[in-house]
Unconditional design. Structure first.
Length: 198
């Protein structure tokens, strides 16, 4: 089984409000992202939340997801990735790490990562656009223990740098893999693009 971890523990300080709960494409940002993840070939979805646990859980009411709360949500992203990994079943052979604030990411991008992993056997598959690496990222189960115990100062970038021979880059057809929502301007740009695509 291949699972997905959706990172939804941030406090959204630069946005001024919880960005994951902002409206996007007829639902919330987090609702839209989880909908796209669910449409991809994943067998389990773990949503890692933080201080806004109740609100995020409410926004995803009725979704077939497992919630994991990160008690150290103020820590770096790696802390939430580790919480998600600990919530996975032992049968999980790989995981796709999805940022909860990248509403431009769609099911096809996630499916492309999974297909590339299955066809190539590579243990780390990353999305790129314009020569830059972005998210989501697929990580084989053979690296779970490394992520749980190492790379404290550098996060998943450290894992990628440590195993260049096992990294496969997949070129995305959209710069969405590089764009997240940090500021009100980011949000206005993202919602404007979503309206143009409808």
């Amino acid at each position: 089984m291949i699972a997905a971890i959706v990172l939804a523990a941030g406090r959204s300080r630069r946005m001024g409000t919880q960005k994951l709960l902002l409206p996007y494409a007829g639902r919330t940002v987090i609702g839209h992202i989880v909908e796209q993840v669910a449409a991809a070939p994943v067998g389990r979805i773990i949503v890692v939340t933080g201080a806004d646990f109740d609100a995020v859980m409410g926004a995803l009411h009725g979704r077939d997801v497992t919630f994991v709360r990160n008690p150290a949500a103020e820590a770096e992203m790696l802390s939430s990735v580790r919480c998600g990994l600990r919530g996975l079943p032992e049968s999980c052979r790989a995981v796709v790490v999805v940022l909860g604030d990248q509403p431009g990411v769609y099911a096809g991008l996630i499916a492309a990562l999974i297909e590339a992993h299955l066809e190539s056997g590579r243990g780390i598959v990353v999305q790129t656009f314009g020569g830059r690496r972005g998210h989501p990222v697929l990580i084989s189960a053979r690296y779970f223990e490394d992520v749980l115990t190492g790379f404290d100062d550098v996060g998943l970038r450290g894992l990628v740098r440590a195993h260049p021979e096992d990294v496969l880059e997949v070129t995305a057809g959209s710069e969405a893999v590089l764009m997240d929502l940090d500021t009100p301007e980011d949000y206005r740009r993202a919602t404007g693009q979503a309206q143009n695509e409808t």
